[in-house]
Design a protein around this ligand. Structure first.
Ligand code: ADE
Length: 226
């Protein structure tokens, strides 16, 4: 899978994409990740301007369509493929695990990050396939949201997670929260690991984990059971 991020702050994204599991998967070629500076595509050779004040008045600045469009066309030229384009915006549908699973099916995603008062509406109608939000709050730009999308999608791609960190039983994959986990020591500060986990009885352990999943989903996230 290939994911491109179009942003005014590529350094901010590169740092995260080069770190930890995603960074390792990127180096190993399990996933292709590219960051593009929209400013490099400004038609203004002197000041590399990418924004201007809004028509009709109002506060702040709006990102102009031309630099974003040129960046988009260059990504198509470089990749020789048409990406599914997502604009990161608090106006989009909220990201869920189901959404991350469906995004994994696209061979090529382009995440467009806005700043200031957003982007010129004409770029949304011309190139954007969908808008995506990471929650009902407003960030200063789309970068942190785009990085959340990359992380959630990349870890679902083949070969990204080590086999030992398989995601199939984890929270949200089956509509439930994950059961509690314990490791050594068996007793810590007088607090013992539940006996059933030391029993070696696989069917009873499965049953206990299922019951724990249901109990904690009901207690912590009753909305998920509805
Ligand atoms: N840009 C600003 N706020 C955002 C949010 N909540 N989700 C996605 N992109 C954003």
């Amino acid at each position: 899978m290939r994911i491109d991020i179009a942003t005014l702050f590529p350094e901010m994204c590169e740092t995260v994409l080069d770190t930890s599991i995603v960074g390792r998967a990127r180096k190993a070629g399990k996933i292709q990740l590219f960051c593009h500076n929209i400013r490099d595509y400004s038609p203004d050779p002197k000041h590399h301007r990418v924004d201007d004040s809004p028509y009709g008045g109002g506060k702040g600045m709006v990102m102009q369509p031309e630099p974003i469009y040129r960046c988009y066309l260059d990504i198509i030229r470089q990749s020789q493929s048409l990406p599914h384009v997502i604009y990161m915006s608090p106006q989009g549908k909220t990201l869920t695990q189901q959404k991350a699973l469906s995004l994994r099916e696209y061979p090529h995603l382009l995440l467009l990050c806005g700043h200031y008062e957003g982007v010129d509406e004409r770029i949304l109608t011309r190139i954007v396939d969908e808008e995506l939000s990471i929650g009902d709050y407003v960030l200063t730009g789309g970068e942190l949201a785009a990085l959340v999308v990359v992380d959630a999608v990349a870890r679902l791609c083949d070969g990204v997670l080590p086999a030992s960190e398989c995601f199939e039983n984890e929270s949200h994959m089956n509509g439930l929260l994950e059961y509690p986990q314990y490791t050594r020591p068996e007793v810590w500060e007088g607090d013992a690991v539940p006996d059933v986990l030391l029993s070696g009885h696989h069917a009873r352990i499965e049953q206990w984990r299922r019951a724990q999943s249901l109990e904690r989903t009901a207690r912590k996230r009753p909305d998920l059971l509805k």
